[in-house]
Design a protein around this ligand. Structure first.
Ligand code: GAR
Length: 211
């Protein structure tokens, strides 16, 4: 019987790219049946682009347009075009700090996933680790979820809990959450690639290792 083809993933990020590195390392180690076919960023000097270039993977800065938190129409079309040209099966948001909606989500309906640094539905939005610290919760974590039209509201695929320790700063807590992200995101993408994640309404079937 022939093996299913590896899932073609396009990764979008704005920052240092530690999630992307973890995903690509897991692919290289044979743990995720996927291949990275494009890395794109809205920040020309983002670490994620440097990491992609160092790994010999296609990488592009795509200018986001004049807005701070979203793409303008031309930029949205450029992102859609680049991802379509690369024939991606799944769009993986790894620290992409702009809101994607409308046309973009219609173009890749049900095929966009994100990692968020809290246990959703708690603390959606920016600097979620700082929100958790300021609120005083004792446990936080990270969530991989499908992206829908809301802010961090899509169906949850997997989560990892992380303790908040006495003396934590925003920095130490974020680092502990990011360690958990680097385990959870590759495992979640592997489960999607193997067809183990099924969405039914707001709910997803869990995967082994999703909690
Ligand atoms: C990650 O911690 C991710 O959860 C967060 O950005 C960071 C990117 O780090 N995403 C969000 O806050 C999205 N709302 P990385 O560039 O090292 O992967």
């Amino acid at each position: 019987m022939s093996q299913p083809l590896p899932l073609r993933i396009g990764v979008l990020g704005s920052g240092k790219g530690s999630n992307f590195v973890a995903i690509d390392d897991a692919i290289a180690a044979g743990q995720v049946p996927a291949q990275v076919v494009l890395v794109a960023s809205d920040v020309s000097e983002a670490g994620i682009l440097t990491h992609a270039a160092g790994r010999g993977l296609p990488n592009r800065f795509i200018a986001p347009g004049p807005f701070r938190t979203k793409l303008d129409e031309a930029a949205e079309a450029a992102y859609i075009g680049a991802l379509r040209e690369a024939q991606v099966d799944l769009v993986v948001l790894a620290g992409f700090m702009r809101i994607l909606k409308g046309e973009f989500l219609r173009a890749f309906e049900g095929r966009v996933v994100n990692i968020h640094p809290s246990l959703l539905p708690s603390f959606p939005g920016l600097a979620a680790w700082k929100q958790a610290l300021d609120y005083g919760v004792k446990v936080t974590g990270c969530t991989v979820h499908y992206v829908d039209q809301g802010i961090d509201t899509g169906a949850i695929i997997g989560q990892r809990a992380v303790p908040v320790l006495d003396g934590d700063t925003a920095l130490t807590l974020h680092e502990r959450i990011q360690q958990a992200e680097r385990e959870l995101y590759p495992a979640a993408i592997a489960a999607i690639a193997r067809g183990e994640v099924k969405v039914k309404g707001r709910l997803t079937a869990g995967f082994a290792g999703g909690a």
